[in-house]
Design a protein around this ligand. Sequence first.
Ligand code: GLU
Length: 936
Amino acid sequence: MVEMYFIYAYCLLALSDVFVYGDRTIGAIIDDASFVTEAVFHLGIQAASDDEENPFVANVIKTSPGDLIEAENAVCTLIESNVLGILGPSSGGTLKHVQVTADYLEIPQIISEPVSSQNRDWSAVNLYPHHMAFSQVFADIIEMKGWNEFTIIYEGAEFLPFLDNILNIEDIDADEHILISVIQLPDGEDFRSQLKTIKSSGSVNYLVSCSLKVLPLFLEQAQQVGIMSDDHSYIITNPDFQTLDIDPYKHGGSNITGIRFFDPELEDIKNFVTSINDKVKELSENQIETAIDENGLYFNIALVYDAIILYTSAIKSMGLSEGANITCDDEESWNFGSSIVNHLRTMETDGLTGPIKFDEDGFRSDFEIDVLEVMSHGLEKIGAWSLEDGFVEMRKIIPVVEEDATDSMKGKHFIILTALSAPYGMLKESSKKLEGNDRYEGFGIEIIEELAKMNEFNYTFEIQEDGVYGSLDSKTQKWNGMMEKIIDGRADFAITDLTITSARQKAVDFTSPFMNLGITILYKKPTKQPPDLFSFISPFSYQVWGWLAGAYVGVSVLLFILGRLAPEEWQNPYPCIAEPETLDNQFTLANSFWFTLGSVLTQGSEIAPIAVSTRMAGSMWWFFTLIMVSSYTANLAAFLTVESKFYAIKSVSDLANNPYDITYGAKKGGATFGFFKESDNLLYQKMYLYMESHPELMTQTNDIGLERVKSDKEKYAFLMESTSIEYMVERNCDVAQVGGLLDSKGYGIAMKKNSPYRQPMSESILQLQEQGKITRMKDKWWKEKRGGGACADDDASSGDAQPLVLANVGGVFIVLVAGSGLAVICAFIEMIFDVWMISRKEKVPFLEELKAELLFILSFSGDVKPVRHRESSGSKGSKESKEKEREIDEELPGDEDDRLDPAPTPHSERSSHSRHTSHSRRQSNAVQMAKMRKFT
Ligand code: GLU
């Protein structure tokens, strides 16, 4: 090395004598349409020419990217213009092509690309860090992180040399080997299937080596696939990591580490960016206002500037005043080309990309970089790396700021487990190929969308393919299905028709329920029943028939009693006789029954109540019969028009007792089966034992249960949750819910025990409920989407006629009872008034008269009542009439028995009531009227 420096010093001395001042041209082949490289080249040349007597001249030729011929012509044109060196081009193929020519003629080529196959002898000036040192940076970071497994994900073969030292990482110790997997990203823009493979391998640490074009796509898809949660770590090798928009990943929970060669916040860098923008504006003739923003300075652009400055410094210090005087056709090479390159490699300077120096092999191995980490507040420097010190951590201890509950979810990414169970989670029906979360829709999916909006989190849905929600194996004490994944942390949340049960609540946390439901039965719709001969009984329930019969007997007896009580009802059987000896009463027991029956059957009878009380009782009964008969008629019409149905089962007890051999089951391992298992109700225990001993009746999903219920091959009832039944009966018109709910519970979103997200999620669910959004969503997914409402017409016509029960007609019974009560009161008043009148008229004590009257009434002996007369009080007229009566009786042969008694004394009148026989009572009014006519 010392020898080399000596030779360069000698050469420099020699050159300073030889050269005279001429044009110091630096050529550039620019194939970048953005003007940025050109601007930086000009800025470099300008900076190098400041205070120089012999300034540098820039000669720029623009070519199309990748065009070899144009590149070839450009390099030859530049060489012919006596350039001291050539910058570019930047695109892979042309760069190598130009490199061959430049190398042959020994014209130094300034490049800023990661050329791993860089040869020490080439005339290339490349400040890009050497691949071995570069890979060592990441090997050291991995060591610092203590990864014992990781996956290297790289874009193409050109990235592999930059991973050399990573692949050679040594095992942590003899016992613990580091497991390294390597996977290449495919061409194109879709890496999801590779990412899924990585995910299913269980690897959680990733080293990503790819271009800046692919990196954002990669990170976005990693998030979609669900490998960007708290458990995942990334190291990004791209030196332009800091130019990436990290906002979507800031709160995702995954640890993302990267590097940078310069801090965009430094004043020098800011000024440099401003100068580039000004220059681009000038070169583009004000077409481009801002070529790069303050964070957008790429590493290779800064390298171009550093390389121009370093290269021109080498020329300056060598005193070269003009370039090569050769052409592409010359066989000779330029003598000074490799001298400049070798001289440059002895120099050290501080560039934009940090200290620049070369190792003994002429490579930039010794550089300094910052190591960054993505934090919720942005990128943060967590350490630095240099060849000498390796990785030195300098993490600031950031005081933990108590996050508010909603912020705790902000920007984070979650894996949300769901099942394909309609309508909670379903595959979208679309002619287009859908990706990621777009593939799913449903009630549960929409709830998550709303919650994500409210709490500003990102999510990826993952499907529980086997549809198992989770039950505890009592032997192994292990959960399966979705529950297992939540407990193991393989998913952050689970949403579907996942029931909150006490057993599950012990193992995971649930949000407040977003839906309430209960267990009930799904069975075929009831079949039509053949018409019933005795369907005329149906309009009234048996209870109402019983009450009706009771009312009939009661009112009939009441009328009989009222008839006896009410004086008005005791009528003169011979109206032409002014003072009859006896009075007749039409309300015999038989007549009373006949009267009430006549009105119930709406036929009437010739009996007409006379007294206020009997009329009152009678009219109450008519009112009662009016209502009852109209109700009966109306309901009979309904019974005759509506088809009667045959219900094989009406409740779980019918199912358990099973008179029609109906088999039944529930979802295997589901909450419904769990309910029967845990219940201490004897009926439910019996059903549990039945299901337990018939595993063939248990189904994997609710849909299979539905198919079995619909099948004509078996009589199968499915025990299921009411909300799911509601959904199915909206679309399957041949099945229906049978019976009420056996219990009451809810569906919730499950998450790991003691999760900090339970509170914000529960709060958001309550908000959605209060805003009525959940009800609207339910209506949408149950009644509108996917064939909802198909059975609405069916249901409308299938209304069942129900017999009227006491509750329907109870009021009219009350009116009847009240009316009857009033009638009784009336009857007593009438009777007492009459007794009082008689007692006054006949001059007997009131109480004596009342007692006598009551004794007569309560004796219930016949419908003839003798009229009491005092001898003294009899008038002439009355005597005459009695005489006439006697004559009539005498004239009527064979009627001795029916003859009226002579007027008794008041005492004897009261003690001996009518001796009329029943025969005489049966005499018709017609016969009596005949007697009257004869008499007159
Ligand atoms: N929702 C139930 C569960 O969470 C599944 C369906 C059922 O058992 O009826 O397990």
